[in-house]
Design a protein around this ligand. Structure first.
Ligand code: BES
Ligand code: MN
Ligand code: ZN
Length: 498
């Protein structure tokens, strides 16, 4: 979608004018609130409310054809719900609803009042533009009979008083972030044969062109030489070679201080010898979303030109069942010298992250953040509403919660207890890759990972297994099925805070 700022008086004939409508509730009374519209339009909306056709509830929408008001052929009313409860996420969500409605009527040109959006929430403009551009994504690269390609839709953000620099910055930031999130969604949506570790690495190299991002890619020989025993071990059953992708962004050259992001880049997880059941196994294409979202974060930070230093690390492989595949009981030695017995080859994410975290720690970062579709237990615990995060650092916990509030992404703190650590002790090696005790599968996985973070480095692990895809039933601006690019928005905020 092409979004531009337009002065109200310059607006030419539009196909659709979007009107955001809030509810002002006091006692039993419920008055509708919409600004910047003519008396006729107000009357039309109020008549619709009286007739029970449109009440202004959040995400309710109603198209009035051929109304010929507000310089447009059709009017689209989009509800925001109770004005006291409207925040940035309300607007992001309303934008998703707006995008769907505009698409379904093939609106070539549309407009919405910017003053109205900013009147409802401080960073409303950023949220609304994010909602629109995040909605403008679909994976149809492999559909030969493409839907008749719709001409690019144009939407004007109407202003009466020239927008200030802050507002313009909100809009360009939203465009950049949405572009990077959509880039990551594509990486996630492509299936195992179209997104191998090698292809993933090439995508990163290409995407970084023209940015200040320095990309280094290690091949199998280098990974072996660097003693990445976890990544090598998981890759043994696969005919496709692994990669280790390093992305470096120096936005503040005056200091060595940097934040490390590590992402699980499992391009397809069949489970290995401890093979997964076949129903829904295709969804394990999404097992590289942690990696994809770390890549999206690094791209976003670079394109936004943030004055911070950030390094991203993505260990990438498939988890397959070839003749040389790691067998239950096999012992692996990781980059930091620790050993683990692999009692279940399907608990592979922690094995490749172990090397990534060890290596990241050697570079002495100010903090390490990781993202991984790590455990089914996370999906059971929090579903697709919250991303669970694990940290034992109270300060970091506070910062993550703040970052989540700012990005509009839901995060929930989960525990790592010393019991979870003892559950992960090995019999024949330092560690076991699965717990000796039933339950708390996400916490024991997090405890395992902590073993690979250097002493004293603040660390937070995000288990995105529930939120990395199929969140379309919750979020209007995410496709019903497919990758979400979750946590990129939060990580961009975190990069500034840690
Ligand atoms: N990639 C999966 C986790 C997963 C499962 C993500 C379902 C999203 C949906 C991970 O590699 C895995 O298989 N984990 C196992 C660990 C177990 C064997 C300890 C799991 O959660 O079942
Ligand atoms: Mn697995
Ligand atoms: Zn996995």
């Amino acid at each position: 979608m092409q979004i531009s700022l337009t002065k109200v008086s310059d607006v030419k004939k539009l196909s659709v004018r979007v009107i955001l409508v809030g509810q002002q509730k006091s006692g039993k009374q419920n008055k509708l609130k919409m600004d910047d519209v003519s008396k006729e339009t107000t009357e039309l909306i109020e008549a619709a409310a009286k007739a029970g056709e449109f009440e202004g509830k959040a995400n309710e929408c109603q198209l009035y054809r051929n109304a010929n008001l507000e310089g447009a052929t059709h009017l689209l009313f989009v509800g925001l719900g109770d004005t006291k409860a409207i925040d940035e996420e309300t607007l992001r969500s309303a934008a998703g609803t707006t995008f769907k409605a505009l698409t379904s009527v093939k609106a070539a040109s549309s407009a919405v009042s910017l003053d109205q959006i900013t009147g409802f929430a401080k960073s409303g403009a950023q949220a609304f533009v994010e909602g629109l551009q995040l909605s403008d994504y679909s994976m149809d690269e492999y559909k030969t009979a493409k839907d008749k390609k719709q001409k690019t839709m144009k939407l004007s953000l109407l202003y009466s008083k020239a927008p200030n620099a802050t507002l313009k910055k909100q809009i360009t930031s939203a465009e950049t972030i949405a572009e990077c999130v959509n880039f990551s969604k594509r990486l996630g949506d492509l299936p195992g044969n179209k997104m191998t570790p090698e292809i993933l690495a090439n995508e990163v190299v290409n995407a970084a062109k023209g940015t200040k991002l320095k990309v280094t890619v290690w091949d199998k020989a280098r990974i072996k030489k660097e003693r990445f025993g976890g990544l090598m071990g998981v890759n043994l059953g696969s005919a496709n070679d692994p990669r280790f992708i390093i992305m470096k962004y120096t936005g503040n050259p005056s200091t060595k201080k940097h934040v490390a992001f590590v992402g699980k880049g499992l391009t397809f997880d069949a489970g290995g010898i401890s093979i997964k059941p076949s129903a829904g196994m295709d969804e394990m294409r999404y097992d590289m979303c942690g990696g994809a979202n770390v890549i999206g974060t690094l791209l976003a930070v670079a394109k936004l030109g943030l004055k911070v230093n950030v390094v991203g690390y993505v260990p990438s492989t498939e988890n397959m069942l070839g003749g040389l595949a790691t067998k239950p009981g096999d012992i692996l030695t990781f980059r930091n010298g620790k050993t683990a017995e692999v009692l279940n080859t399907d608990a592979e994410g922690r094995l490749i992250l172990a090397d990534g975290l060890s290596y990241a720690s050697e570079q002495k970062p100010a903090a390490i953040v990781d993202a991984a579709t790590l455990t089914g237990a996370m999906v059971v615990a929090l579903g697709n509403t919250y991303t669970g995060f694990f940290t034992t650092d109270e300060k970091v916990r506070g910062k993550v919660e703040e970052a989540g509030k700012e990005s509009g992404e839901n995060v929930w703190a989960m525990p790592i207890h010393k019991d979870h650590h003892s559950d992960m002790k090995g019999q024949f090696a330092d560690l076991s890759n699965i717990s000796s005790f039933r339950g708390a599968g996400s916490s024991t996985a997090a405890a395992f990972l902590s073993n690979f973070v250097g002493e004293g480095i603040p660390y937070v692990h995000f288990d995105i297994a529930g939120t990395a895809w199929n969140c379309g039933n919750r979020l209007s601006y995410v496709p019903p099925k497919g990758a979400t690019g979750c946590m990129i928005r939060t990580f961009v905020e975190l990069a500034k805070k840690l």
